[in-house]
Design a protein around this ligand. Structure first.
Ligand SMILES: Cc1ncc(COP(=O)(O)O)c(C=O)c1O
Length: 190
């Protein structure tokens, strides 16, 4: 069995911790694929640029796939990627400082909503609260938020059946917008 681990948020871990990575298990190297990229740490989502690690025996096959599907990343994006890696990490630190503030805001705000329980996110910029205490499952809650509060979130089922009582909020938004969204949902829940 091969393991594919998407580790794109590896630089966005809170509280000075490090992301647990499958690279810590050398015995898995021969069956491990790891996906990484610029989209998150360098906010370069639109550049369509990423990298991945593959077991030796799969390299020939993935090369065929990539050559025939995306051919290659354009040169300008490749140079931008090199500049991002060669440059200082100040922007990542500054981004994480801001995300820490927003994490606290959304974590406290969600837990203050009746029927909503949210654990503290350890990384990335998403909160994943359980909303079944409101009398709605994740899909019902997300739909109501969209139509009645004007807040777009993702139902937990987008991440698997076991998350049906959950929803995902992104806090890659300004503190003002997060506060407004929480206020509107509070009104919606009455
Ligand atoms: C789990 C995960 N993997 C990868 C990506 C990055 O995707 P891309 O490199 O296509 O921007 C994202 C961004 O939304 C993500 O959330």
């Amino acid at each position: 069995m091969t393991i594919l681990s998407d580790e794109i948020y590896s630089r966005q871990i809170f509280d000075g911790k490090e992301m647990p990575t499958f690279f810590n298990y050398p015995e898995l190297r021969e069956r491990l694929i790891v996906l990484e990229g610029w989209s998150k740490a360098y906010s370069m989502t639109g550049w369509r640029l990423g990298w991945s690690f593959w077991p030796k025996n799969l390299v020939e096959h993935v090369n065929k796939l990539v050559i025939n599907s995306v051919s290659c990343v354009n040169a300008a994006a490749q140079f931008a990627g090199i500049a991002a890696l060669d440059g200082p990490d100040d922007s990542i630190k500054e981004m994480m400082r801001k995300f820490s503030i927003r994490r606290k805001l959304i974590h406290e705000g969600l837990n203050n909503l009746p029927g909503v329980e949210c654990s503290l996110p350890g990384g990335a910029f998403y909160a994943f609260p359980k909303v079944i205490g409101t009398g709605m499952n994740g899909a019902e809650f997300a739909k109501k938020c969209m139509h009645e509060a004007g807040v777009a979130i993702v139902p937990g089922t987008a991440f698997g059946k076991t998350a049906k009582d959950y929803v995902r909020f992104s806090f890659a938004a300004s503190s003002d917008n997060i506060s407004q969204a929480l206020e509107k949902i509070k009104k919606m829940l009455g």
